[in-house]
Structures are given as C-alpha cells and as structure tokens.
Design a protein around this ligand. Sequence first.
Ligand SMILES: [Ca+2]
Ligand SMILES: [Ca+2]
Length: 472
Amino acid sequence: MRKYFTLFILTFLVLSMNAQNIIHYWHFNNLNDSVGAVPADYSLSSTAPEITYPGTGPGYMDDVSDGDDLNLRQGQVPGNGLRVRNPSDLRELIIPLPTNDHEDIVFSYAVKRTNNGAQTQFLSFSVDGGNNWSNAAPFADSITVGTDYAVESYDFSAISDVNDNPDFMVRIQFFNGSSNISGNNRFDNIVIEGQSTTAPPPSDALVHYWHFNTLSGREDNPIAADYTLVPNTTPEISYVGVGDGYVDDYTPGSSLNLQLNEPPGAALRVRNPSFNRALIIDLPTDQSSDIYLVYDVKRSGSGMLFNNIAYSVDGVNYDTTGLAVRQVSISENYQTFTFDFRGITTVNNNPNFKVRITWDGNTNQINGNNRYDNVAMFAEQTTLSNRTFTQQESLSPNVYPNPASSEVFIEWNTPQRDITYRVIDMQGRTVLINNINGNDKTVIDVTQLSRGLYTIIFNDGNQQSHKKILLK
Ligand SMILES: [Ca+2]
Ligand SMILES: [Ca+2]
C-alpha cells in the first residue's frame, strides 16, 4: 500500500502557508441511515454538491459510526463515516466538486475497507460534468485500500482545466472484492481545497485599511481605520453586543495581506464569549464602486470555528443577498479571505455600507479568540481625488537622521498642536508615546531603545500617518 500520510502532512503544511480555502467538505457526522445522495457538510457554493452511488444491484450508502480523525478539517470530530456497501462492481461513487473562483485544487479523503470490502479503487476525474473521464495524473494508477484508515491526497494544480470549473468531478470505481455480497469501503473527511482567484488585482484602489500595528492593550472604543482615502469620515471597527468578550492587541500580526509597506506588527484579538456579539466594520464607499473586502484571520485552539458574513446598505439592517461566500472556516494559521461585493450595486457609493462578522463554533467559551489583521477594502472604480493624500501629507513631518543612533528629530513646516506620536517596534509594541504641542521641532532620545527598525505613528485625532526609522 502506498504511504500517503507523510506526503499528506507535507502537503498540508504547504497549503496552510498558501492560505488554501476549503471549497467543499464532507465529514459525514450528521449522516443518518441509508441515503441516495449525500450533500457536502460545508460548501462555499450556495447549493452544496451531492455524492451519489449510481448503478444497479443491492449496494447502497449509509452511515457508519467509526469515522476517523485523519484528514479532519474545521475542528470537526471523527464521528460518522460514509459506508459504501457491496456489491460495488455494478456501481460507482460520483463526487461533484465545483471549483468556482478557485485554482491550485487539492482533493483528499480518508478511506478503509472491511475484510470483504473492495481492495482496489480506480479514480478518474472529469472537467465536463461526467461526459469524459480521465485517470491521468495526479491519479495515474489504481489505489490499494487497507483495513485501517489512510489518507489519499491529489494535487491538481498542474491541470488548469480543473481551475474555476463548475463541472469538475471525481469518480471512484471498485475492484477486487467488489462483487462480494457483504463488505464495504468506508470514507471520511472528503475535502477539496484551492486558492481563491477573486483577490483584487493590485491596480485596485485601497480605500480603507486597518493594520492594527498601533494597538496597545484592551481597546474599549471603536478602532479607527489606520488609513482611509475617503475625506471627512471615520471608518471604524466595533465589537458590539453583551457579555464578557472584548478586544485587545495580539502579536504576531499577519504577513499575508499587508498594504502600504506596513510590517505584520500586531493584530486585533476578538475574545470569547462571542455568541451575543458581532464585529461591525464601517466601510463608507463614497465615490467608489465594485468593492472587495479582504482580511487575514486565525483562531486560538479554542477560538471560534467559523466567521459568518453579512452586510448592511442602510447601516442598520443586515443581509447576505448576492454574497457568494457567507461563511468561512478559521484555522490556527493566518488565512486571507476575500469577500466580493462587485455584483451588489447598492453597496456602491454608499456612506452607510457596513460588514458584520458573527461566529459559529466555540462561541460560548470563556477562553478562545479570533485574531484579525490587514482588514482592507478595495474599489475597482473610484473618483476619490488626491485631496486626502494632501491632508495626510500635512501630517507628514520631516523625520531625521535616518538611520539614527541617539536622537531623532521631528520637524514640521509650521508649529503643530495636539498631535500624538507613538514609536512602535517590529513586534507592534508601543515603546514610546508623547504629544506635540505648539512646536515645529521635537527631539526624541532613542539611546535607551534596542537597535532595529521602528515605525513612528502620528495621529491628530482625525487621521494617522507613519514614518519608518532605523536605529543603528
Ligand atoms: Ca466523520
Ligand atoms: Ca498588523
């Protein structure tokens, strides 16, 4: 028997770094009795694909209570598996796997047999809804099924026809014991994963951005965007609701969806209990249309398992109409998620646009949290002018020398009032905080600071800007 397990572990590590999304997932834990079709337990599609077992003879599918922990996702338990009963020589297992908006597809599952079950599976795939089938790589051969669960994993990233294809499917045929009256093959944790292709192209305008690198300790107030292109607004994130849950800073932040040359720094930690709470993200889209929201998130071991996404166009009522992705599963490694509002015209040019995140799974615990970073809203179209950039430049002093050793000078064109500055290290920690009041030149003594790269954040109460400085 081929040993796929080590390969699986390596593949999983690589996928985690590449932020693969789970597209469809069957864990079978809610399966009950014999069934003709088994819909995916989790699916990015609004209509979950269904596994069927067409053919002739008395063979059928039902649940079996010895599911397995191999290939588990989304914090699920082994629970039940899918029992595909003999005789299976007159039937075949059909698994539709639409890959809309995804590429670099990986298909995997855990499988075993009973003593009288089929010892050989022959796998094929179709890119045209089952009219034509191929056993080419990554399948390439039949597989041997043992009496203990093992993981089979297949990387389709070299086959471009599989990408973004609503008609992709896999067929499994059974041999060597498949004509027995008794015996069966047992499946658990059938997963298809891929990389989202809907991430915004780099030419799109970054309209709002939270990098959270200036957070320090518990935050009771709404958290203003670190950057916005929209003048005269204060986009902010609020953790609303009741209960002991709160938000604070978490280090390390994420390096995935970084914008504006920010370091990973800190992230926003949203703490349990979260079942009576929501994260509300104000995202005014004035003068902008064709909107995307992108963010990075991971969870702690007992943190919330799913993010549910809804949006508001009146600032009060929330809806999911037109949203292709309404729920995403959160892993213990940072992943980037993209939510596409391009098809929803009421979102465009709307000062009241908001996105709401609520949670499923582990929400009523005392411990556990989700960590958010690099919350960024993009617009494909915008008429926002450079006016805001000009405002930001007014908050942009000359900071020198750079690199510096003992003193750093902050020099303004005119005397400034009520500007707070913070010096942030690469871990996102505030190492120095002070105010500028009526001066056009300030000296910071940096002899006590460790050598390295720092960010100085200036905030006048309405907006922020930052400068990087290297201490040598
Ligand atoms: Ca299971
Ligand atoms: Ca950050």
